[in-house]
Design a protein around this ligand. Structure first.
Ligand SMILES: N[C@@H](CCC[C@H](N)C(=O)O)C(=O)O
Length: 294
C-alpha cells in the first residue's frame, strides 16, 4: 500500500466585484477549508496571488460555529475576510456579489433570500436589471463626545462615527484629492472611539442628495468602493443636511458615487437602510494546490 501523501483536491474559486470592490469567492459548503490570515493575504495578493480586496468564504450557516444560530433564516454564511486576512463583521458590496454567486450556482432558487453575516442576517433581492438590493439594517451613531477627527499628513477634519455592523469614520472634505495618496491608514482620534480599528470615508457634495466618496478600508487599504461605507456616508450626509428620515417621516434617498461606480442608498423613517448596486461574477477557476500549500 502506498504511503505517499495524497494531493489535496483543487480548490474552486470565482472572482467577482461590486462597483469594483473586488473579491475572491471560495465555495466551501461544509466549512472544510482552513483560512488562516496568511492564506487569505496570499490569495488577495495582486502580484503573486489572485488579487482582491477581500475573500467571500461561502459556507452553509449550519456548518459554521459563528452562523449556526442564523441557519433557520439564512442557509448561507458570508465568512468575510479583508485582504490582510483580518475578519470583518460585514461587507456591503460583498453581500451583493455573494448573493449573485449563490443564485448563479443554483444554491438558492429564489430571487429574494437571507444571507448570514457576522452583523446578522441581511436580506437581498436580485433585480431584473442586474443590480442587487440589500437590507443593510440600521446605522448606530456612537456617542459624539469627544469628537472624532481624521488626520492625513498635515490636515485634520472632524468626522462622524457611524456603525453599519462594522465601524466607519466619515469626514466631509472640500476636495477628494485632499485625502492624498492614502497609501497609509489615516490617523483617527480618539483611538478608543474605535477599539477594533475603522474604515475611513472622505466625502464631497455633488448636488442635492448626491455625494461622492473615497475610502480607506480597515484591513484592505484604499479600495474602489465600500458598501457599508456608502451607507455610513448617506446617514452622515442626511443628518448634516437636516434630512433625517425619522424626523421627516418619509424615506430619504442619496446617490453615492464611489471611484468604481454608483450606489443608491435609502433610509426609511424606522431607520432601516437599503442599498442597491451592481454585482458581477467575472471568472471561475482552480487554485493550484501546491501553490496554496507552499
Ligand atoms: N468593502 C466592504 C467592507 C469590508 C470590511 C471592512 N474593510 C472592515 O474591516 O470593516 C463593504 O463593501 O462594505
Amino acid at each position: 500500500m502506498s504511503t505517499a501523501p495524497q494531493p489535496s483536491a483543487p480548490l474552486v474559486f470565482l472572482k467577482g466585484h461590486g462597483t469594483e470592490n473586488d473579491f475572491v469567492i471560495l465555495p466551501d459548503p461544509e466549512g472544510l477549508v482552513e483560512l488562516p490570515a496568511r492564506t487569505v493575504a496570499r490569495l488577495c495578493d495582486r502580484r503573486a496571488g489572485l488579487g482582491a480586496d477581500g475573500v467571500l468564504h461561502v459556507v452553509r450557516s449550519a456548518a459554521h460555529p459563528e452562523a449556526r444560530a442564523m441557519a433557520a433564516t439564512a442557509e448561507w454564511f458570508m465568512d468575510y475576510r479583508n485582504s490582510d486576512g483580518s475578519i470583518a463583521e460585514m461587507c456591503g458590496n460583498g453581500v451583493r456579489v455573494f448573493a449573485r454567486y449563490l443564485h448563479r450556482a443554483g444554491l438558492v432558487k429564489d430571487e429574494a433570500f437571507g444571507v448570514a453575516t457576522r452583523a446578522g442576517v441581511r436580506h437581498v433581492r436580485l433585480g431584473e436589471d442586474g443590480r442587487v438590493t440589500v437590507g443593510m439594517g440600521r446605522a448606530t451613531l456612537p456617542q459624539e463626545e469627544p469628537p472624532v477627527t481624521v488626520t492625513v499628513g498635515e490636515r485634520t477634519w472632524p468626522a462622524r462615527n457611524v456603525n453599519m455592523g462594522n465601524p466607519h469614520a466619515v469626514a466631509f472634505v472640500a476636495d477628494l484629492a485632499d485625502a492624498g495618496h492614502l497609501l497609509e491608514a489615516p490617523v483617527v482620534a480618539p483611538a478608543d472611539a474605535y477599539p477594533e480599528g475603522t474604515n475611513v470615508e472622505f466625502v464631497v457634495d455633488r448636488g442635492p442628495g448626491h455625494v461622492a466618496l473615497r475610502v480607506h478600508e480597515r484591513g484592505s487599504g484604499e479600495t474602489r468602493s465600500c458598501g457599508t461605507g456608502a451607507c455610513a456616508v448617506m446617514v452622515a450626509a442626511a443628518r448634516r443636511d437636516g434630512a433625517d428620515p425619522a424626523e421627516r417621516g418619509v424615506p430619504v434617498t442619496y446617490t453615492v458615487d464611489v471611484p468604481g461606480g454608483r450606489l443608491e442608498i435609502t433610509e426609511r423613517p424606522d431607520g432601516e437602510i437599503e442599498m442597491t448596486g451592481p454585482a458581477v461574477i467575472v471568472a471561475e477557476g482552480l487554485v493550484e494546490p501546491a501553490w496554496l500549500e507552499a
